[in-house]
Design a binder for this molecule. Structure first.
Ligand code: ZN
Length: 111
């Protein structure tokens, strides 16, 4: 399994819940083993937090909103150069793997 999506990438939701489809957001966490990612402000869930004590701090009760992981196949990478959703190819350059946009041929990781 070649993980082509990394933390910090901009992705677009291409399938899934109707209210999330078409949204773009930054990948804030990647779970390579589960093929899942967490995307900022996408797949929001709420949970009811009970008051708990944790390491001397009190966590207040209430409703907590958080992003739930989504399957990586539900998202597509957005190219930072051309702004389109795209597939990438991976090239080796100086021993590092770099991703190349298949639409505009721009290197995505040229930092
Ligand atoms: Zn591009």
């Amino acid at each position: 399994m070649n993980m082509k999506i990394r933390k910090g990438d901009l992705v677009e939701i291409i399938t899934g819940r109707e209210d999330d489809r078409g949204k773009r957001g930054e990948v804030i966490k990647v779970f390579p083993d589960e093929h899942r990612v967490i995307v900022q402000s996408v797949n929001m869930r709420t949970k009811h937090q009970k008051q708990v004590q944790s390491q001397g701090r009190t966590i207040k009760p209430g409703i907590v909103r958080f992003e739930a992981p989504i399957d990586i196949s539900n998202v597509m990478l957005v190219c930072p150069k051309c702004g389109k959703i795209t597939r990438v190819s991976v090239v080796r350059n100086d021993g590092k793997s770099q991703r190349v946009c298949k639409k505009c041929d721009a290197l995505m990781d040229d930092k």
